[in-house]
Ligand binder design. Structure first.
Ligand SMILES: *Cc1c(COP(=O)(O)O)cnc(C)c1O
Length: 366
């Protein structure tokens, strides 16, 4: 069976370095907010070409903390609206709700699966405070258009980079394309820890300073609490794991881009619609998404041919019980997407023969 993603095999590539890093932390005797987190923050900021990086507990918290900091700084207030793509993974939306802000769903461009700039303007009201854009599946959103709209209406631009570490837009990395970026290092992401982890990147020093307190009980100085903060810190152990894996992220991205290239060149089947890309470097292929009107049959066919596929995601956020207030909303593009998308295996540890097998099975499906 070709697994959808073989995490054990991915991490086995760096087994000795990971074990050494782990021992380094154990021997240090310092397990929370120590040298490993500080060094990882420096290294990840350098990688993203941003002035600041703050390690936090996970990707959801990264987004929660960005919005929370804007509230503490008086840039936003409870009840304000935040524009977010209606087809995102639900965490982007949960981060808005968690702050007492109102998520406003905007449909994606069906070809890129990312926010459609043409639809943003009509969703803006007096209460709109920010656009939270998601570089879904690893492809960068049309940032020039989004930043231009934000400038006109005086909105903050927050990037959900959980699926797009290292993706480039006109030469600039994600995380530095808006006012702040939220990253996840969940094990299955392109840069994955061996547990939960997340980070915020920004060039805004005031925002960075506020988040560094908010993640640590609202405290800059021990036992002095400026805000009603959270405990959301990146673990020393996970920071140490991430420092190892960050050295290989470009290799990981390159390998994924090569698999994607092979799929795009090799798969020719009128029943399967391939993903459309803006430019080669703008997509880091966290997921390789095809669309088909015959999804159930294709899943079974691939399975019968020893290929595991997954659906990202089967139920759109506005159809989730958690957001029953949106039950009657009609979002036709999002609904169509969720009925037709399918993810093929993609990773740095796929054997060339596996790639050929996937292409062959897709081409023989009828
Ligand atoms: C994974 C993910 C998150 C949440 O990250 P966690 O680390 O799992 O909390 C947020 N947004 C998107 C788009 C994601 O894919």
């Amino acid at each position: 069976m070709i697994p959808f993603l073989d995490l054990k095999k991915i991490n086995a590539q760096y087994q000795q370095e990971l074990k050494d890093a782990c021992s380094r932390v154990i021997d240090s005797g310092w397990y929370v907010l120590g040298n490993e987190v500080a060094e990882f923050e420096n290294e990840f900021a350098t990688y993203c070409e941003t002035q600041h990086c703050l390690g936090v507990a996970n990707g959801l918290d990264a987004l929660v903390l960005i919005l929370r900091a804007y509230i503490e700084l008086g840039v936003m207030q409870k009840g304000d609206e935040v524009i977010v793509p209606s087809n995102t993974y639900i965490a982007s939306i949960l981060a808005i709700s968690a702050n007492g802000l109102t998520p406003v769903l905007v449909e994606p461009d069906i070809d890129t699966f990312n926010l459609d700039p043409k639809l943003i303007e009509q969703a803006i009201t007096e209460k709109t405070a920010a656009i939270l854009t998601v570089h879904l599946y690893g492809q960068v959103t049309a940032m020039d258009e989004i930043n231009a709209i934000a400038k006109t209406h005086n909105l903050k631009v927050i990037e959900d980079c959980a699926q797009a570490h290292g993706a480039l837009y006109k030469g600039t990395k994600v995380g530095g394309l808006g006012d702040a970026g939220g990253f996840s290092f969940y094990p299955g992401k392109n840069l994955g820890a061996l547990g939960d982890g997340g980070a915020v990147t920004t060039n805004d020093s005031e925002l960075a300073k506020t988040i560094s307190a908010l993640r640590n009980y609202g405290s800059h100085e021990k036992y002095k609490n400026l805000y009603k903060g959270m405990n959301s810190r990146l673990d020393e152990i996970q920071a140490a794991m991430l420092r190892v894996k960050l050295r290989f992220i470009d290799k990981e991205i390159f390998a994924r881009q090569s698999v994607a290239k092979s799929y795009i060149q090799g798969i020719h089947n009128p029943l399967i619609e391939l993903p459309k890309i803006r430019s080669e470097k703008s997509h880091v292929w966290h997921l390789f998404i095809i669309r088909t009107d015959h999804r159930e049959r294709l899943v079974n066919y691939l399975n019968d041919n020893g290929i595991q596929s997954l659906i990202h995601y089967p139920i759109p956020p506005h159809k989730q019980s958690a957001y029953s207030e949106w039950e009657s909303e009609s979002l036709p593009i999002t609904e169509r997407m969720h009925k037709s998308v399918l993810s093929l295996p993609i990773s740095s540890v796929m054997h060339p023969s596996d790639i050929i097998k996937v292409i062959k099975a897709c081409n023989e499906f009828s």
